[in-house]
Design a protein around this ligand. Structure first.
Ligand code: ADP
Length: 507
């Protein structure tokens, strides 16, 4: 299998292009410039590459393979072979190997964090947090691997037994984004491997190095060749291969609603299972009985983490009349104190945005709001640091006519709306086609239940802004997606039910 991959890609796996990597790694072998297919480090069939940039400086970090349809089809074929062998192993054995992968992720956390900050830009402290979060899915699903229990159902007939087995779905295509380059891979791969599946991952073209480093460690942990494949390059043709292949039985996607819809459409020709973690437009409601300091802390954590580039980041802060001015004032003071800079600088809390297109989107949202009557309280411009840095911003008097209501901003902008009463707040919160996460702050226990149940989202944070972890089900309703990741539900996404009716062969 390995020599087959080498022959197909005609690549010398020792060939490394020059690169200006902005950090020193303890273990430089974690930094790879080739894709990982069938346990081999390979280039594109035609040798094409794409550049990866450091968003803080705009300089090139290195080149990675620009693969396409054919390369992906070969990865799928190698995954198919590996999956059969892996699924035949006892769950306990798969669990032990996943646990080793978890240990290696933690042991190499500093290098993995540096690689992430280099290509994604987030502050090193946040990268460390993401590596711990990414590893937590591997630990959790190493445990869950042993608990994919089926059922024995009382039969409708005499001398008959009904069993329900849970079996791995097979080969999975995973397409992941750049905002959480490691966690979005482990959140899909760990339950897939635990269930007995193989995965072909297409990481974002902006953050392939984090994916490669995870693959190096998977190899060291004993995850067999072909089980985890990382294919980089042309998104549309890799996506076509993954969705059109009859071997791939499931597409697990995290990214924009636009691309998610396209992948669902493409997956229909082979009737694949799909899991879609798509965009949000999270409301963050502050009622006038809330503790304002707790609400401000929650807003900073939820809104400004990853420089606002998260699908669960509050896009609309809805604040009740009576406390509106006080909240805006406290929030603006906290936002003004955020330190902006390169993710490698100690103390920095806000890194650059991922690219120029991201900055332009933020500018468009701010300009649109100001032209319609919103006021910039703090920020509102590109940061003097240049490149893709943008000032952490608070906008007040934002209303429904502005783009924040209909589009996800994905940047460091707190857009503050005003509401009068609870009914008004819930109606405003639900007035969106998205339904991923919502947050609200109150000290009224009745209201906690009432509002939590009325919000049309898959996740709700009450008096807190940070809600992601490995033990709870992550996912959305409406156009925010289908399926759940993490938690005991996460592994079910990679299992098929098979009903077996067993009758006695003699009368
Ligand atoms: P974002 O706007 O956050 O970058 P995208 O949905 O564009 O989100 O990207 C998420 C992932 O989807 C990335 O890995 C990207 O390369 C991939 N992607 C983008 N377009 C397509 C496509 N047509 N088919 C398959 N994958 C795609």
């Amino acid at each position: 299998m390995l020599s087959e991959a080498r022959r197909l890609f005609k690549m010398d796996s020792t060939q490394h292009p020059q690169c200006a990597f902005p950090a020193k790694l303890r273990d430089s072998s974690l930094l790879r410039h080739q894709a990982f297919i069938g346990g081999e480090w390979v280039g594109a069939g035609d040798g094409a590459v794409i550049a990866v940039l450091d968003p803080a400086t705009g300089t090139k970090i290195g080149d990675v393979p620009n693969m396409g349809y054919e390369d992906t089809m070969r990865a799928i074929a190698l995954a198919e072979t590996a999956q059969k062998e892996w699924a035949a192993r006892p769950a306990k054995e798969r669990s032990v190997i996943l646990r080793k992968w978890y240990d290696l992720l933690l042991a190499n956390a500093e290098d993995l964090s540096a690689i992430m900050t280099a290509e994604q830009g987030k502050p090193l402290e946040e990268s460390r947090g993401e590596i711990a979060y990414a590893a937590s899915f591997v630990e959790w699903f190493a445990e869950e691997a042993k608990r994919t229990y089926g059922d024995v159902i009382p039969s409708t007939k005499p001398r008959n037994r009904i069993f329900v087995l849970k079996q791995p779905i097979g080969v999975v295509g995973a397409i992941t984004p750049w905002n959480f380059p490691s966690a979005m891979i482990t959140r899909k791969c760990a339950p897939a491997f635990a269930a007995g599946c193989a995965v072909v991952v297409k990481p974002s073209e902006f953050t392939p190095y984090s994916a490669f480093a995870l693959a190096v460690l998977s190899e060291r942990a004993g995850i067999p060749a072909g089980l985890l494949n990382i294919v980089t390059g042309d998104a549309a043709s890799i996506g076509k291969a993954l969705t059109q292949s009859e071997t791939v039985r499931k597409i697990s996607f995290t990214g924009s609603t636009r691309v998610g819809k396209l992948l669902m459409e493409q997956s229909s020709s082979t009737v694949k299972r799909v899991a879609m973690e798509l965009g949000g437009n999270a409301p963050f409601i502050v009622f006038d009985d809330a503790d304002l300091d707790v609400a401000v802390k929650g807003a900073i954590g939820a809104k400004f983490r990853n420089t606002g580039q998260a699908c669960i980041s509050p896009n609309r802060l809805l604040v009740q009349d009576r406390i509106y001015d006080a909240f805006v004032e406290k929030l603006s003071a906290a936002v003004g104190a955020l330190q902006v800079g390169s993710g490698f600088e100690p103390g920095v809390q806000q890194g650059p945005l991922i690219n120029e297109a991201a900055v332009q989107k933020v500018e468009r949202h701010v300009t649109d709001a100001v032209s319609k009557g919103a006021t910039v309280v703090i920020g509102g411009k590109r940061h003097p640091l240049g490149n893709t840095f943008y000032q952490p911003t608070v906008l007040r008097d934002v209303d429904d006519s502005m783009l924040f209501s209909s589009e996800e901003t994905f940047g460091p902008i707190a857009a503050v709306y005003r509401f009068t009463d609870e009914q008004d707040a819930v109606a405003m919160a639900n007035k969106t086609s998205a339904g991923l996460s919502a947050y609200f702050f109150t000290r009224d226990l009745d209201r906690m239940w009432r509002v939590a149940e009325q919000l049309e989202t898959g996740m709700v944070g009450v008096n807190e802004g940070l809600i992601s972890n490995e033990v709870a089900p992550f996912g959305g309703v409406k156009e925010s997606g289908i399926g759940r990741e993490g938690s005991r539900y996460g592994i079910e996404e990679f299992l098929e039910l098979k009903y077996v009716s067993l009758s006695q062969y003699s009368a």
